[in-house]
Design a protein around this ligand. Structure first.
Ligand SMILES: [Zn+2]
Length: 563
């Protein structure tokens, strides 16, 4: 292949001239003026196909650009008007929000002309008729101004409680920030007049000996514009001494040409739903030079670091913060379960395992090779804590069925758990946990993968119901089916006391998802749909894919039977 041959994909307007003709004709048929060019007249969107047209608005003819994306018509065109025309449904760049959900509401059968003739015309007519008419036609989506600000990529300030309090007792003060896990990530630790974040939370979100930064915050009256410079001017208007710290730095060091620091602005904006208002934070890196000129170097994105903001994304799982879970086994099946339980918001997750991570185990494990050689229980717990910085995840390195101390530890952990999950795949561990959970009155979920990860099974045992042996006997008799199992060669004999299973990570992950869902249902602590089985069998590569049912007491069970 000669390197003079251009193998690159051609833009739609070169590949599909018929579609170009159709687009142009649609404008003519709608009696809209039509001219086309590559790029907009202001020089932006240089290689894109642009149709220029116009619409009447408040007695004048409004210039409109329809900008067609490279992948048109799979992707919708963007329609631009003069910037700042509308205070809603128009972004800072001048593009209109014509489709509530551009990904779902656009169809490749539509034309750019239809967007202008139907959608934009309706929006402009509603605007002429007044705010209420626009509001009536809106989806229940807020338009927070912070969503449209231009942030420096890969910068974020994590803002914990109590900084989201409303109203605030003060209007300005000092702030303290610490570096997070990567360059560009900061955590707001304190704001004078508002309060200080939880120390344990900050420790989780930062590396030890993180650098600390001082800055200032100021509350702005709403509404605010979306421009950084306007934020700063408005902040100085509220608090004329806002940049005094930077000024002092210049006074104390006469060689410095400028001083830089963080200024945080807080104000109210629309959200979380349309018509509601809540506090917003924006962080600006501000520069002050010797002749007193100040400017915003860049804005950093803000993320709320609060349990309540997290919980808003899991409305069905409220209540799990008060629940404890004990996961025995932190291997290929147990490790994704620990992660999912932490993500779901379980308040306390304890993890028990006495194994160390093998570097090659990462083909199925949630941990990466950087954890090779470490205690699986402790390392999985450490990583899981980052999945929910508001919960506790604790790793315990010991063996179930060990000595007296291990046994005492196990009883203590079972006592403080609402549900116990056995992912070891060991019948011995299953029997021990079944007996202990029964005595402690705890529900037990026993789960395992078969050789080669061909299938998986999950069993839920109630303290007063049939026992693990009842299940084992029912499976041996064929009353309850067994999942498909791989050939013995699917077990790699590292040594007889330490078999390493073969099998795909995605199969372990799928089983882990089922176990996690089952464990959360077995807590009965959320509004997530209740459990509707006591055992479930999954086959990943043969039918039936799924079987489930209830478990009966066995007369021949040495633990439950009467005979
Ligand atoms: Zn039994």
């Amino acid at each position: 292949v000669s390197d003079t041959v251009d193998n690159r994909r051609r833009p739609w307007y070169e590949a599909d001239p018929e579609r170009v003709a159709f687009e142009l004709k649609q404008f003519e048929d709608s009696c809209l003026p039509v001219a086309h060019r590559l790029g907009r007249s202001d020089g932006s969107n240089g290689t894109r196909f642009v149709i220029q047209t116009s619409l009447p608005f408040k007695g004048k003819e409004l210039p409109i650009d329809v900008v067609y994306p490279f992948d048109f018509p799979d992707e919708a065109p963007t329609v631009y008007g003069p910037g700042g025309l509308l205070d809603r449904h128009q972004a800072r760049g001048g593009n209109f929000c014509l489709l509530e959900d551009p990904d779902g509401d656009w169809s490749p059968g539509w034309s750019g002309a239809q967007l202008v003739h139907i959608k934009l015309r309706a929006l402009l007519e509603d605007t002429e008729a007044g705010r209420e008419v626009i509001a009536a036609g809106e989806a229940d989506m807020p338009e927070p101004v912070t969503a449209h600000m231009a942030y420096k990529p890969e910068t974020v300030v994590l803002v914990p409680s109590p900084m989201w309090a409303e109203p605030l007792a003060e209007s300005h003060g000092d702030i303290e920030l610490v570096d997070g896990y990567y360059d560009g990530q900061l955590v707001l630790t304190a704001a004078e007049g508002i309060g200080r974040a939880d120390v344990a939370l900050i420790e989780r979100m930062t590396v030890s000996r993180s650098d600390r930064h001082r800055g200032v915050w100021v509350a702005l009256p709403d509404p605010v514009s979306t421009l950084g410079a306007d934020l700063l001017a408005s902040g100085i208007e509220q608090e004329p001494a806002l940049l005094h710290r930077l000024k002092r730095q210049l006074t104390s060091n006469r060689k410095r040409r400028f001083a830089e620091g963080w200024v945080a602005f807080t104000f109210f904006e629309e959200g979380p739903r349309r018509g509601q208002h809540r506090r917003a934070w924006v962080f600006a890196r501000v520069r002050l030079d010797r002749n007193g000129d100040s400017s915003v170097e860049h804005l950093a994105r803000t993320n709320a670091l609060t349990a309540s903001e997290r919980a808003r994304r899991l409305p069905e799982l409220h209540g799990l913060g008060q629940v404890g879970a004990l996961v025995v086994g932190a291997g290929s099946l147990g490790s994704p379960v620990v992660f999912e339980l932490a993500k779901a918001g379980i308040g306390q997750v304890d993890v028990v395992d006495n194994d160390f991570l093998d570097a090659n185990n990462v083909v199925r494990h949630v941990l990466g090779t950087q954890w090779a050689g470490t205690s699986k229980a402790r390392s999985v717990a450490a990583e899981a804590r980052a999945r929910n910085p508001f919960g506790q995840v604790v790793g315990h390195h010991f063996r179930v069925g060990g000595d007296q101390d291990d046994s005492d530890n196990l009883d203590r952990l079972i006592d403080q758990a609402s549900v116990v999950i056995d992912t070891t795949g060991s019948q011995t561990v299953g029997r021990i946990l079944d007996r202990r959970c029964r005595e402690a009155g705890r529900r037990l979920v026993i789960a395992g993968l078969t050789a080669g990860s061909y299938g998986a099974e999950v069993l839920v045992l109630r303290p007063s119901g049939p026992c693990f042996l009842c299940f084992v006997f029912a499976q041996e008799d064929g009353v309850i089916p067994s999942p498909a199992t791989g050939p013995r060669s699917a077990v790699t004999p590292v040594n007889c006391s330490h078999p390493a299973f073969a099998g795909a990570g995605f199969d372990a992950t799928e089983a882990g998802a089922l176990v996690s869902r089952t464990a959360i249902q077995a807590t009965y602590a959320s509004t997530y749909p209740a459990l509707d089985f006591e055992w479930a069998i999954m086959n990943f590569r043969s039918a039936p894919r799924w079987q489930s049912g209830s478990l009966g007491r066995r007369a021949d069970c040495p633990r439950c039977g009467t005979s």
